[in-house]
Design a protein around this ligand. Sequence first.
Ligand code: BES
Ligand code: MN
Ligand code: ZN
Length: 513
Amino acid sequence: MKEPKLVVRPTPAFRATVAKTSAIASVRDALIVPIRPGATAVPKAFAAYDRSIDGSIARLLASGDVRGRPGELHSLHPSGDGGPKRVLVVGIGDTDAAHDAVRRAAGAVGRRCRELGLRTATVALPGDVERDGVETNAEAFVRGFFLGAYRAPVYRAGRAAPIAVPSLRVVPATAARATATRTGVALGVAIAEGAWRARELINRPANDVTPLELARTARAMCRQKGLTCRVRRAPELEKMGAGGLIAVGKGSVNPPCLIEMRYTPAKGAKGAPTWWIVGKGITFDTGGVNVKSAAGMRNMKYDMGGSAAVVGVMSAVATLGLPIRVVGLIAAAENMPSAAAYKPGDVITQLDGTTVEVVNTDAEGRIVLGDALAHASSKAPDVIVDVATLTGACSIALGSDAIALMSNDDDVSARLDRAGQTSGERVWRLPLWRSYRRLMKSDVADLKNSGGREAATITAAVFLERFVGERAWAHLDIAGTAWSDRDAGFASRGGVGVGVALLTVALRDAARG
Ligand code: BES
Ligand code: MN
Ligand code: ZN
Protein backbone atom coordinates (compact mmCIF):
# COMPACT_ATOMS: atom_id res chain seq x y z
CA MET A 1 0.00 0.00 0.00
CA LYS A 2 1.18 3.50 -0.82
CA GLU A 3 0.69 6.55 1.37
CA PRO A 4 -0.51 9.79 -0.21
CA LYS A 5 2.49 11.93 -1.09
CA LEU A 6 3.38 15.14 0.69
CA VAL A 7 3.72 18.13 -1.58
CA VAL A 8 7.36 19.06 -2.26
CA ARG A 9 8.18 22.76 -2.49
CA PRO A 10 10.27 23.85 -5.47
CA THR A 11 13.69 25.39 -4.70
CA PRO A 12 13.19 29.14 -5.08
CA ALA A 13 15.28 31.32 -7.38
CA PHE A 14 17.79 33.41 -5.43
CA ARG A 15 18.31 36.84 -6.92
CA ALA A 16 21.09 39.14 -5.75
CA THR A 17 22.59 41.99 -7.74
CA VAL A 18 25.36 44.50 -7.12
CA ALA A 19 24.28 48.13 -7.42
CA LYS A 20 25.88 51.58 -7.17
CA THR A 21 25.53 53.88 -4.16
CA SER A 22 23.18 56.03 -6.24
CA ALA A 23 20.73 53.10 -6.14
CA ILE A 24 19.96 53.98 -2.52
CA ALA A 25 17.94 56.96 -3.75
CA SER A 26 15.60 54.66 -5.68
CA VAL A 27 14.86 52.11 -2.94
CA ARG A 28 11.14 51.59 -2.36
CA ASP A 29 10.74 48.42 -0.25
CA ALA A 30 13.41 48.26 2.41
CA LEU A 31 16.76 49.89 3.00
CA ILE A 32 19.12 47.93 5.24
CA VAL A 33 21.57 49.98 7.33
CA PRO A 34 24.30 47.88 9.04
CA ILE A 35 25.65 49.37 12.27
CA ARG A 36 28.68 48.42 14.39
CA PRO A 37 28.58 48.61 18.21
CA GLY A 38 29.43 52.13 19.40
CA ALA A 39 28.83 53.75 16.00
CA THR A 40 27.80 57.36 16.38
CA ALA A 41 27.86 58.54 12.77
CA VAL A 42 25.57 57.43 9.93
CA PRO A 43 27.58 55.19 7.54
CA LYS A 44 28.80 57.18 4.53
CA ALA A 45 26.70 55.40 1.94
CA PHE A 46 23.52 56.48 3.73
CA ALA A 47 24.54 60.05 4.64
CA ALA A 48 22.84 61.78 1.71
CA TYR A 49 19.69 59.75 2.11
CA ASP A 50 19.60 60.46 5.85
CA ARG A 51 19.74 64.19 5.19
CA SER A 52 16.72 63.81 2.92
CA ILE A 53 14.75 62.32 5.84
CA ASP A 54 15.82 65.03 8.29
CA GLY A 55 18.51 62.94 9.94
CA SER A 56 16.20 60.22 11.29
CA ILE A 57 18.96 57.61 11.24
CA ALA A 58 21.39 59.99 12.95
CA ARG A 59 18.80 60.67 15.65
CA LEU A 60 18.24 56.94 16.19
CA LEU A 61 21.99 56.43 16.61
CA ALA A 62 22.26 59.40 18.96
CA SER A 63 19.44 58.03 21.11
CA GLY A 64 21.69 55.27 22.38
CA ASP A 65 18.99 52.66 21.60
CA VAL A 66 21.19 50.95 19.02
CA ARG A 67 23.71 48.63 20.65
CA GLY A 68 24.90 47.11 17.38
CA ARG A 69 24.60 43.53 18.58
CA PRO A 70 24.48 41.05 15.66
CA GLY A 71 20.90 40.73 14.46
CA GLU A 72 19.46 43.54 16.59
CA LEU A 73 16.81 45.28 14.45
CA HIS A 74 15.29 48.77 14.54
CA SER A 75 12.69 49.93 12.02
CA LEU A 76 12.17 53.47 10.80
CA HIS A 77 9.25 54.51 8.63
CA PRO A 78 10.28 57.80 7.05
CA SER A 79 7.54 60.13 5.86
CA GLY A 80 7.50 61.68 2.44
CA ASP A 81 7.12 59.98 -0.91
CA GLY A 82 9.63 58.45 -3.21
CA GLY A 83 11.90 56.84 -0.60
CA PRO A 84 11.93 53.40 1.02
CA LYS A 85 8.82 52.41 2.91
CA ARG A 86 11.05 51.28 5.75
CA VAL A 87 14.61 51.52 6.93
CA LEU A 88 15.91 48.50 8.83
CA VAL A 89 18.83 49.43 11.03
CA VAL A 90 20.65 46.21 11.91
CA GLY A 91 23.46 45.59 14.36
CA ILE A 92 26.32 43.64 12.81
CA GLY A 93 28.66 43.28 15.80
CA ASP A 94 32.41 43.83 15.67
CA THR A 95 34.53 42.82 12.69
CA ASP A 96 35.73 39.21 12.79
CA ALA A 97 37.75 37.19 10.34
CA ALA A 98 34.94 34.79 9.44
CA HIS A 99 32.39 37.61 9.13
CA ASP A 100 30.25 35.43 11.31
CA ALA A 101 28.40 38.25 13.02
CA VAL A 102 27.45 39.77 9.65
CA ARG A 103 26.15 36.41 8.51
CA ARG A 104 23.97 36.09 11.61
CA ALA A 105 22.79 39.68 11.37
CA ALA A 106 21.88 39.22 7.73
CA GLY A 107 19.92 36.16 8.83
CA ALA A 108 17.75 38.31 11.08
CA VAL A 109 17.22 40.73 8.19
CA GLY A 110 16.30 37.97 5.75
CA ARG A 111 13.87 36.45 8.23
CA ARG A 112 12.20 39.81 8.88
CA CYS A 113 11.96 40.64 5.16
CA ARG A 114 10.33 37.28 4.49
CA GLU A 115 7.88 37.77 7.39
CA LEU A 116 6.99 41.19 6.00
CA GLY A 117 6.44 39.65 2.58
CA LEU A 118 8.89 42.04 0.89
CA ARG A 119 9.85 41.59 -2.74
CA THR A 120 13.24 43.23 -2.44
CA ALA A 121 15.73 44.75 -0.01
CA THR A 122 18.83 46.91 -0.55
CA VAL A 123 21.90 46.92 1.66
CA ALA A 124 25.09 48.96 1.59
CA LEU A 125 27.94 46.88 3.00
CA PRO A 126 30.14 48.27 5.80
CA GLY A 127 33.17 50.29 4.69
CA ASP A 128 35.45 49.30 7.58
CA VAL A 129 36.17 45.81 6.22
CA GLU A 130 39.78 45.13 5.21
CA ARG A 131 40.44 44.90 1.48
CA ASP A 132 40.99 41.15 1.39
CA GLY A 133 37.85 40.58 3.43
CA VAL A 134 35.47 42.33 1.02
CA GLU A 135 34.58 39.17 -0.89
CA THR A 136 33.89 37.13 2.24
CA ASN A 137 31.91 39.98 3.75
CA ALA A 138 29.62 40.11 0.72
CA GLU A 139 29.30 36.33 0.74
CA ALA A 140 28.43 36.47 4.43
CA PHE A 141 25.63 38.98 4.02
CA VAL A 142 24.12 37.24 1.00
CA ARG A 143 24.21 33.73 2.46
CA GLY A 144 22.91 34.94 5.82
CA PHE A 145 20.10 36.92 4.20
CA PHE A 146 18.76 34.11 2.02
CA LEU A 147 19.13 31.34 4.60
CA GLY A 148 17.58 33.57 7.25
CA ALA A 149 14.48 33.60 5.05
CA TYR A 150 14.31 29.79 5.13
CA ARG A 151 11.65 28.04 7.13
CA ALA A 152 11.07 24.29 7.42
CA PRO A 153 7.99 23.08 5.55
CA VAL A 154 4.76 23.04 7.56
CA TYR A 155 2.34 20.49 6.14
CA ARG A 156 -1.26 21.58 6.43
CA ALA A 157 -3.62 19.14 4.70
CA GLY A 158 -0.55 17.62 3.05
CA ARG A 159 0.56 20.88 1.42
CA ALA A 160 3.55 23.05 2.32
CA ALA A 161 3.30 26.63 1.12
CA PRO A 162 6.32 27.75 -0.92
CA ILE A 163 8.43 30.59 0.48
CA ALA A 164 8.58 33.86 -1.43
CA VAL A 165 12.26 34.76 -1.03
CA PRO A 166 12.93 38.50 -1.29
CA SER A 167 15.59 39.57 -3.77
CA LEU A 168 18.62 41.50 -2.60
CA ARG A 169 20.55 44.47 -3.97
CA VAL A 170 24.04 44.86 -2.59
CA VAL A 171 25.86 48.18 -2.68
CA PRO A 172 29.66 47.91 -2.23
CA ALA A 173 31.28 50.34 0.19
CA THR A 174 33.30 51.90 -2.65
CA ALA A 175 33.29 51.59 -6.43
CA ALA A 176 36.77 50.02 -6.21
CA ARG A 177 35.22 47.13 -4.29
CA ALA A 178 32.58 46.26 -6.89
CA THR A 179 34.50 43.34 -8.41
CA ALA A 180 35.30 41.62 -5.12
CA THR A 181 31.73 42.25 -4.00
CA ARG A 182 30.35 40.65 -7.15
CA THR A 183 32.48 37.54 -6.61
CA GLY A 184 31.34 37.31 -2.99
CA VAL A 185 27.69 37.78 -3.93
CA ALA A 186 27.91 34.97 -6.49
CA LEU A 187 29.50 32.67 -3.91
CA GLY A 188 26.85 33.60 -1.34
CA VAL A 189 24.00 32.89 -3.76
CA ALA A 190 25.45 29.51 -4.75
CA ILE A 191 26.05 28.43 -1.15
CA ALA A 192 22.67 29.67 0.02
CA GLU A 193 20.89 27.73 -2.68
CA GLY A 194 22.91 24.60 -1.92
CA ALA A 195 22.32 24.84 1.81
CA TRP A 196 18.63 25.58 1.19
CA ARG A 197 18.37 22.36 -0.81
CA ALA A 198 20.17 20.49 1.98
CA ARG A 199 17.88 21.91 4.67
CA GLU A 200 14.79 21.01 2.71
CA LEU A 201 15.99 17.43 2.20
CA ILE A 202 16.72 17.06 5.92
CA ASN A 203 13.45 18.63 7.05
CA ARG A 204 11.18 16.61 4.80
CA PRO A 205 10.08 13.65 6.96
CA ALA A 206 11.56 10.17 6.59
CA ASN A 207 8.30 8.68 5.29
CA ASP A 208 8.73 11.06 2.35
CA VAL A 209 12.53 11.02 1.91
CA THR A 210 13.27 7.30 1.54
CA PRO A 211 16.57 6.28 -0.11
CA LEU A 212 14.95 6.23 -3.55
CA GLU A 213 13.20 9.57 -2.97
CA LEU A 214 16.59 10.99 -1.93
CA ALA A 215 17.87 9.70 -5.28
CA ARG A 216 14.95 11.33 -7.14
CA THR A 217 15.61 14.66 -5.46
CA ALA A 218 19.33 14.44 -6.22
CA ARG A 219 18.55 13.57 -9.83
CA ALA A 220 16.15 16.50 -10.19
CA MET A 221 18.86 18.85 -8.90
CA CYS A 222 21.36 17.32 -11.34
CA ARG A 223 18.96 17.88 -14.23
CA GLN A 224 18.47 21.52 -13.28
CA LYS A 225 22.20 22.11 -12.92
CA GLY A 226 23.48 20.07 -15.87
CA LEU A 227 25.19 17.32 -13.85
CA THR A 228 25.07 13.63 -14.64
CA CYS A 229 23.47 11.34 -12.10
CA ARG A 230 23.64 7.57 -11.81
CA VAL A 231 21.61 5.62 -9.25
CA ARG A 232 22.59 2.04 -8.49
CA ARG A 233 19.75 0.00 -7.01
CA ALA A 234 19.68 -3.28 -5.10
CA PRO A 235 20.38 -5.72 -7.97
CA GLU A 236 23.37 -3.68 -9.11
CA LEU A 237 24.58 -3.25 -5.53
CA GLU A 238 24.55 -7.02 -5.16
CA LYS A 239 26.46 -7.48 -8.39
CA MET A 240 29.17 -5.04 -7.33
CA GLY A 241 29.39 -6.63 -3.89
CA ALA A 242 28.23 -3.69 -1.79
CA GLY A 243 27.60 -5.97 1.17
CA GLY A 244 27.57 -3.15 3.73
CA LEU A 245 24.86 -1.12 2.05
CA ILE A 246 22.81 -4.25 1.48
CA ALA A 247 23.16 -5.46 5.09
CA VAL A 248 22.10 -2.15 6.60
CA GLY A 249 19.28 -1.66 4.09
CA LYS A 250 17.74 -5.11 4.22
CA GLY A 251 15.75 -4.50 7.40
CA SER A 252 13.60 -1.95 5.60
CA VAL A 253 10.88 -2.16 2.96
CA ASN A 254 12.55 0.92 1.43
CA PRO A 255 15.54 -0.47 -0.48
CA PRO A 256 19.02 1.12 -0.35
CA CYS A 257 20.82 2.75 -3.26
CA LEU A 258 24.10 4.40 -4.23
CA ILE A 259 23.78 7.82 -5.84
CA GLU A 260 26.62 9.21 -7.98
CA MET A 261 26.53 12.80 -9.21
CA ARG A 262 29.23 14.07 -11.51
CA TYR A 263 30.32 17.61 -12.30
CA THR A 264 32.73 18.16 -15.18
CA PRO A 265 34.09 21.67 -15.72
CA ALA A 266 33.37 23.24 -19.09
CA LYS A 267 36.84 24.20 -20.32
CA GLY A 268 40.14 25.66 -19.25
CA ALA A 269 40.31 23.09 -16.48
CA LYS A 270 43.05 20.87 -17.87
CA GLY A 271 45.00 19.28 -15.06
CA ALA A 272 42.28 20.17 -12.56
CA PRO A 273 42.18 17.80 -9.59
CA THR A 274 39.32 15.42 -8.90
CA TRP A 275 37.59 15.43 -5.53
CA TRP A 276 35.03 12.86 -4.42
CA ILE A 277 32.58 14.06 -1.77
CA VAL A 278 30.90 11.13 -0.02
CA GLY A 279 27.80 11.45 2.16
CA LYS A 280 26.07 9.28 4.75
CA GLY A 281 22.46 8.98 3.65
CA ILE A 282 20.67 7.07 6.41
CA THR A 283 17.17 8.40 5.77
CA PHE A 284 16.10 7.18 9.20
CA ASP A 285 18.17 5.60 11.96
CA THR A 286 16.15 3.55 14.44
CA GLY A 287 19.35 1.86 15.58
CA GLY A 288 18.18 -1.35 13.92
CA VAL A 289 17.84 -4.39 16.20
CA ASN A 290 19.97 -2.45 18.76
CA VAL A 291 17.05 -0.05 18.80
CA LYS A 292 17.55 3.51 20.03
CA SER A 293 15.63 5.08 22.92
CA ALA A 294 12.60 7.21 22.05
CA ALA A 295 14.53 10.42 22.77
CA GLY A 296 17.58 9.23 20.85
CA MET A 297 15.45 8.37 17.81
CA ARG A 298 13.24 11.47 17.78
CA ASN A 299 15.12 13.49 15.16
CA MET A 300 16.90 10.67 13.33
CA LYS A 301 15.45 11.78 10.00
CA TYR A 302 18.51 14.04 9.98
CA ASP A 303 20.86 11.07 9.74
CA MET A 304 21.05 11.85 6.01
CA GLY A 305 22.48 15.31 6.77
CA GLY A 306 25.81 14.33 5.20
CA SER A 307 24.14 13.29 1.98
CA ALA A 308 22.06 16.48 1.99
CA ALA A 309 25.32 18.44 2.18
CA VAL A 310 26.64 16.50 -0.82
CA VAL A 311 23.56 17.43 -2.88
CA GLY A 312 24.01 21.05 -1.78
CA VAL A 313 27.71 21.15 -2.62
CA MET A 314 27.14 19.67 -6.07
CA SER A 315 24.48 22.30 -6.69
CA ALA A 316 26.83 25.10 -5.56
CA VAL A 317 29.80 23.85 -7.60
CA ALA A 318 27.64 23.69 -10.72
CA THR A 319 26.16 27.15 -10.09
CA LEU A 320 29.66 28.61 -9.79
CA GLY A 321 31.06 26.60 -12.70
CA LEU A 322 34.26 25.89 -10.76
CA PRO A 323 37.27 24.63 -12.77
CA ILE A 324 37.63 21.37 -10.81
CA ARG A 325 36.24 17.86 -11.20
CA VAL A 326 33.83 16.86 -8.45
CA VAL A 327 31.93 13.63 -7.92
CA GLY A 328 29.27 13.45 -5.22
CA LEU A 329 28.51 10.00 -3.86
CA ILE A 330 25.69 9.09 -1.47
CA ALA A 331 25.21 5.79 0.34
CA ALA A 332 21.48 5.76 1.06
CA ALA A 333 19.64 3.28 3.28
CA GLU A 334 17.07 3.13 6.06
CA ASN A 335 18.21 1.44 9.29
CA MET A 336 15.24 -0.54 10.63
CA PRO A 337 14.69 -3.52 12.94
CA SER A 338 12.65 -6.26 11.28
CA ALA A 339 12.54 -9.96 10.59
CA ALA A 340 14.88 -9.28 7.67
CA ALA A 341 17.27 -6.97 9.49
CA TYR A 342 20.99 -7.56 10.01
CA LYS A 343 21.90 -8.65 13.52
CA PRO A 344 24.64 -8.34 16.15
CA GLY A 345 27.19 -11.08 15.49
CA ASP A 346 26.64 -11.09 11.72
CA VAL A 347 29.79 -11.04 9.63
CA ILE A 348 29.41 -9.04 6.43
CA THR A 349 31.68 -8.57 3.42
CA GLN A 350 32.12 -5.04 2.16
CA LEU A 351 32.66 -3.86 -1.42
CA ASP A 352 36.46 -4.22 -1.27
CA GLY A 353 36.35 -7.65 0.39
CA THR A 354 36.95 -6.38 3.94
CA THR A 355 34.97 -8.44 6.45
CA VAL A 356 33.17 -6.77 9.33
CA GLU A 357 31.81 -8.22 12.54
CA VAL A 358 28.61 -6.40 13.43
CA VAL A 359 28.70 -5.84 17.17
CA ASN A 360 26.08 -3.07 17.15
CA THR A 361 23.51 -2.47 14.41
CA ASP A 362 23.34 1.18 15.47
CA ALA A 363 26.86 1.75 14.12
CA GLU A 364 25.41 1.56 10.60
CA GLY A 365 26.74 4.78 9.07
CA ARG A 366 30.34 3.59 8.89
CA ILE A 367 29.17 0.36 7.23
CA VAL A 368 27.36 2.07 4.35
CA LEU A 369 30.22 4.55 4.05
CA GLY A 370 32.74 1.70 3.91
CA ASP A 371 31.29 0.58 0.58
CA ALA A 372 31.03 4.13 -0.74
CA LEU A 373 34.62 4.98 0.23
CA ALA A 374 35.91 1.75 -1.30
CA HIS A 375 34.08 2.61 -4.52
CA ALA A 376 35.42 6.18 -4.54
CA SER A 377 38.96 5.08 -3.81
CA SER A 378 38.89 2.50 -6.63
CA LYS A 379 38.50 5.47 -9.03
CA ALA A 380 41.83 6.93 -7.80
CA PRO A 381 40.72 10.53 -7.19
CA ASP A 382 43.11 13.15 -5.82
CA VAL A 383 41.07 13.75 -2.69
CA ILE A 384 38.17 12.04 -0.91
CA VAL A 385 36.14 13.84 1.73
CA ASP A 386 33.24 12.15 3.51
CA VAL A 387 30.62 13.96 5.53
CA ALA A 388 28.40 12.17 8.01
CA THR A 389 26.26 12.43 11.14
CA LEU A 390 28.38 9.59 12.42
CA THR A 391 28.67 9.61 16.21
CA GLY A 392 26.75 10.97 19.19
CA ALA A 393 30.16 11.33 20.84
CA CYS A 394 30.99 14.09 18.35
CA SER A 395 28.38 16.43 19.80
CA ILE A 396 29.53 15.49 23.31
CA ALA A 397 33.11 16.45 22.41
CA LEU A 398 32.58 19.61 20.33
CA GLY A 399 28.94 20.60 20.75
CA SER A 400 27.34 22.48 17.87
CA ASP A 401 30.30 24.84 17.43
CA ALA A 402 32.63 22.72 15.34
CA ILE A 403 32.72 19.89 12.83
CA ALA A 404 35.06 17.07 13.85
CA LEU A 405 37.78 16.47 11.25
CA MET A 406 39.89 13.34 10.98
CA SER A 407 42.30 12.77 8.14
CA ASN A 408 45.25 10.79 6.85
CA ASP A 409 46.61 13.85 5.04
CA ASP A 410 47.97 17.10 6.51
CA ASP A 411 47.49 19.10 3.31
CA VAL A 412 43.80 18.22 2.95
CA SER A 413 43.37 18.89 6.68
CA ALA A 414 44.94 22.32 6.36
CA ARG A 415 42.75 23.13 3.36
CA LEU A 416 39.60 22.21 5.25
CA ASP A 417 40.77 24.12 8.30
CA ARG A 418 41.25 27.27 6.20
CA ALA A 419 37.91 26.77 4.43
CA GLY A 420 36.31 26.38 7.85
CA GLN A 421 37.66 29.73 8.92
CA THR A 422 36.54 31.63 5.82
CA SER A 423 33.16 29.91 5.59
CA GLY A 424 32.35 30.11 9.29
CA GLU A 425 31.77 26.33 9.35
CA ARG A 426 34.76 25.61 11.51
CA VAL A 427 36.44 22.25 11.87
CA TRP A 428 38.53 20.82 14.70
CA ARG A 429 40.94 18.00 13.99
CA LEU A 430 41.07 14.92 16.19
CA PRO A 431 44.00 12.48 16.08
CA LEU A 432 43.89 9.33 14.00
CA TRP A 433 46.92 7.60 15.52
CA ARG A 434 47.65 4.01 14.65
CA SER A 435 47.34 3.14 18.32
CA TYR A 436 43.56 3.60 18.11
CA ARG A 437 43.31 0.71 15.67
CA ARG A 438 43.43 -1.82 18.51
CA LEU A 439 39.93 -0.72 19.54
CA MET A 440 38.42 -1.86 16.22
CA LYS A 441 40.08 -5.30 16.04
CA SER A 442 37.74 -8.26 15.77
CA ASP A 443 38.31 -11.89 16.78
CA VAL A 444 36.34 -13.18 13.80
CA ALA A 445 36.70 -10.60 11.00
CA ASP A 446 39.02 -7.86 9.67
CA LEU A 447 37.21 -5.21 11.70
CA LYS A 448 34.36 -4.83 14.13
CA ASN A 449 31.93 -2.00 13.61
CA SER A 450 32.04 -0.52 17.10
CA GLY A 451 34.84 0.05 19.59
CA GLY A 452 32.52 1.03 22.42
CA ARG A 453 32.37 4.37 24.20
CA GLU A 454 36.07 5.17 24.36
CA ALA A 455 37.15 7.70 21.68
CA ALA A 456 33.99 6.82 19.76
CA THR A 457 34.30 9.63 17.19
CA ILE A 458 37.88 8.62 16.43
CA THR A 459 37.28 4.86 16.27
CA ALA A 460 34.49 5.46 13.74
CA ALA A 461 37.09 7.21 11.57
CA VAL A 462 39.55 4.34 12.16
CA PHE A 463 36.91 2.08 10.62
CA LEU A 464 36.46 4.39 7.60
CA GLU A 465 40.20 4.82 7.05
CA ARG A 466 40.52 1.16 6.17
CA PHE A 467 38.48 1.72 2.99
CA VAL A 468 40.41 4.60 1.42
CA GLY A 469 43.74 2.84 1.00
CA GLU A 470 46.50 5.33 0.20
CA ARG A 471 44.20 8.10 -1.08
CA ALA A 472 44.29 11.50 0.57
CA TRP A 473 41.12 11.54 2.64
CA ALA A 474 39.30 13.50 5.28
CA HIS A 475 36.29 12.59 7.35
CA LEU A 476 33.88 15.23 8.66
CA ASP A 477 31.61 14.24 11.55
CA ILE A 478 28.65 16.65 11.57
CA ALA A 479 26.55 14.86 14.21
CA GLY A 480 26.75 17.92 16.48
CA THR A 481 26.25 20.59 13.81
CA ALA A 482 23.70 19.25 11.31
CA TRP A 483 20.59 20.03 13.36
CA SER A 484 19.43 23.13 15.20
CA ASP A 485 16.78 23.03 17.92
CA ARG A 486 15.95 26.70 17.46
CA ASP A 487 15.90 29.62 15.08
CA ALA A 488 19.15 31.49 15.65
CA GLY A 489 21.14 33.80 13.42
CA PHE A 490 20.63 32.43 9.92
CA ALA A 491 19.80 28.93 11.16
CA SER A 492 16.21 27.82 11.35
CA ARG A 493 14.82 25.08 13.52
CA GLY A 494 15.69 21.74 11.91
CA GLY A 495 18.34 20.95 9.33
CA VAL A 496 21.23 23.41 9.12
CA GLY A 497 22.71 22.46 5.76
CA VAL A 498 26.13 22.44 7.41
CA GLY A 499 29.03 21.32 5.23
CA VAL A 500 27.80 23.02 2.07
CA ALA A 501 29.64 26.28 2.74
CA LEU A 502 32.75 24.55 4.10
CA LEU A 503 33.12 22.21 1.13
CA THR A 504 32.14 24.75 -1.51
CA VAL A 505 34.82 27.12 -0.24
CA ALA A 506 37.36 24.27 -0.01
CA LEU A 507 36.60 23.28 -3.63
CA ARG A 508 36.72 26.90 -4.79
CA ASP A 509 40.17 27.21 -3.20
CA ALA A 510 41.33 23.85 -4.61
CA ALA A 511 40.24 25.03 -8.07
CA ARG A 512 42.44 28.10 -7.61
CA GLY A 513 45.38 25.82 -6.92
N1 BES B 1 23.36 8.43 13.57
C1 BES B 1 24.00 8.02 14.76
C2 BES B 1 24.89 9.11 15.35
C3 BES B 1 24.15 10.31 15.87
C4 BES B 1 23.70 10.35 17.17
C5 BES B 1 23.99 11.41 15.07
C6 BES B 1 23.05 11.46 17.65
C7 BES B 1 23.37 12.53 15.56
C8 BES B 1 22.90 12.56 16.85
C9 BES B 1 24.88 6.81 14.49
O1 BES B 1 24.42 5.94 13.52
C10 BES B 1 24.95 6.04 15.77
O2 BES B 1 23.94 5.54 16.17
N2 BES B 1 26.13 5.99 16.38
C11 BES B 1 26.31 5.31 17.59
C12 BES B 1 27.53 4.43 17.43
C13 BES B 1 27.73 3.44 18.53
C14 BES B 1 26.67 2.37 18.45
C15 BES B 1 29.09 2.83 18.37
C16 BES B 1 26.52 6.34 18.69
O3 BES B 1 27.12 7.38 18.44
O4 BES B 1 26.02 6.12 19.79
MN1 MN C 1 23.06 4.53 14.28
ZN1 ZN D 1 23.23 6.79 12.07
